[in-house]
Design a protein around this ligand. Structure first.
Ligand code: PLP
Length: 479
């Protein structure tokens, strides 16, 4: 560190930030670093190979009391942090839903940090609120939800679903849950319905809402892992007869394990018949609703009360970004709005104050990165990429099907292939371990019908047919 720089950073009269010149220098260095990183992700092992505690042990236990040179920080980034990174931006990341950051999304995130606005009230940054409203309306049009749906951004689908279910709970008639809570002998025993294949976030929301795990009825699925609507209706009727108060149904479009689609039109009929709130979890597959040829992804969703889709899963937007749409946003507001004097503003109802629509007050300016992603790629560009991922997964599926050593384990409606090596669970676990230890590809697993199953998802904006072919050859060679 130059002497004058050190003096400036420790000098008694100076308690200011990095100088503009220094910021520019390290900003260029950071972008160069990232550009190199994104240009050659294949030079890294996809799944970090560090052992638990290795990163922590390499770091000093106490913070530095004196300023350190940025050069040293960058060296440690390469030396300590990088080995402990699992590379979600790597084209051979096929695990979970391989959410990936694109160039425009990363730049948007950088600008968000630079502005550092808090999008809690309209006036605390009008552009943040109005861009959020506008970009979510663009997304609404892209995925074909009706005009009356209004969006709000949260960090994750788990949090979006939680908010939707709290709004649903507030809509229960004959009991003012917001005022009275759910305790006491007269409180209703609320129950919601979802399939056994639903994401664990639904059950977590019920736990957080005070419904308990017993407040969730898990409905059986058919042989393609789709909720059985007859079983749903039977469960609602029998619960009602048994003293429960059914209040919501969560249907999934693109379940986590196999990406199956629940029969939303039939579930919407049942929800309407029984006066229940219908929430659709399309966290991953909602992106495919952009494709005009995939009307199946949209079917019935226009009849939902709420709908969640995560641009951070399959729309090349860096984590985090989850969009929740509500047909009656006033229900969400009624559930959450609580305005102390110090947060009241003169604009009143002429503007949206997003703090009214959730548990959190402070909110990041997330809309900027999605705005940049949509503008950079265009809707057609996004569609083309999602189509290509579905095509690549179809190709991978055909290779699995044609190899007698493997079995397909579920249909492939989108870009996720579930398959097994013929053999025991231990054989499959062992194969997955060897694939991931190779550092050349990263897959994850699930359990289907009690059996250990491998999952291969294509969702990375940098993945090509060549990558997928090489990954399959690797899997075959290790099997
Ligand atoms: N819903 C579905 C269908 C998912 O697959 C997932 C995660 O994979 C979630 C919800 C939770 O997503 P998040 O990590 O955004 O909470």
């Amino acid at each position: 560190m130059r002497v004058d720089e050190k003096a400036r950073r420790t000098g008694s009269e100076v308690t200011l930030d990095m100088s503009p010149e220094e910021f520019r220098q390290w900003g260029h260095r950071t972008i160069d670093w990232l550009a190199d990183y994104l240009a050659s992700p294949e030079s890294y092992r996809v799944l970090s190979q560090v052992h638990p505690g290795m990163v922590r042990d390499a770091l000093p236990a106490a913070p530095p009391s004196d300023p350190e040179p940025m050069e040293a920080v960058f060296q440690d980034l390469d030396r300590i942090i990088l080995p402990g990174i699992t590379h979600w931006n790597h084209p051979d990341f096929y695990a979970y839903f391989s959410s990936t950051a694109s160039g425009p999304g990363i730049l948007g995130e950088l600008l968000t940090a630079g502005f550092n606005v808090n999008a809690m009230l309209w006036k605390t940054s009008p552009a943040a609120t109005e861009l959020e409203e506008m970009v979510l309306d663009w997304l609404r049009q892209m995925i074909g939800l009706p005009e009356e749906f209004r969006g709000v951004v949260y960090d994750t689908a788990s949090v979006s679903t939680f908010h939707a279910l709290v709004a649903a709970r507030g809509s229960v008639r004959d009991w003012d849950v917001r005022e009275k809570g759910l305790s006491g002998p007269d409180a209703p025993r609320l129950r919601l319905y979802t399939s056994v294949q639903a994401h664990s976030s639904v059950e977590k929301a019920a736990i957080a809402m005070g419904l308990g795990r017993q407040g969730v009825s898990k409905i059986v699925v058919d042989d393609q892992y789709r909720m059985n609507p007859y079983a749903l209706e039977a469960a609602i009727e029998s619960d009602r007869a048994g003293g429960w108060t059914p209040f919501a149904v969560v249907a999934t479009v693109g379940t986590t394990s196999t990406t199956s689609l629940d029969p939303v039109p039939a579930i919407a009929d049942i929800s309407a018949r029984h006066g229940l709130w219908l929430h659709v979890d399309a966290a991953y597959a909602g992106a495919a609703a952009m494709l005009p040829e995939r009307q199946d992804v949209r079917a019935g969703c226009d009849r939902a009360d709420s709908y969640v889709v995560n641009p951070h899963k399959w729309m090349f937007t860096p984590v985090d970004f989850s969009a929740l749409y509500c047909r009656r946003p006033e229900a969400l507001k009624a559930a959450f709005s609580l305005v102390p004097a110090y947060l009241s503003t003169p604009e009143g109802d002429t503007v949206t104050n997003f703090m009214d629509y959730g548990i959190q007050l402070g909110r990041r300016f997330r809309a900027l990165k999605l705005w940049m992603v949509i503008r950079y790629f265009g809707v057609e560009g996004l569609r083309a990429r999602i189509r290509e991922h579905i095509r690549l997964a179809g190709l991978f599926r055909s290779w699995v099907r044609d190899d007698p050593a493997f079995d397909l384990a579920a249909p492939t409606p989108f870009s996720t292939v579930c398959f097994r090596l013929k053999g025991t669970d231990a054989d499959n676990r062992d194969l997955l371990g060897r694939i991931n230890a190779s550092g050349k590809a990263f897959l994850s697993h699930t359990e289907l019908d009690g059996r250990y199953t491998l999952r291969f998802t294509v969702g990375n904006v940098r993945t090509t047919e060549e990558h997928v072919r090489r990954a399959w050859e690797l899997i075959q060679s290790l099997a």
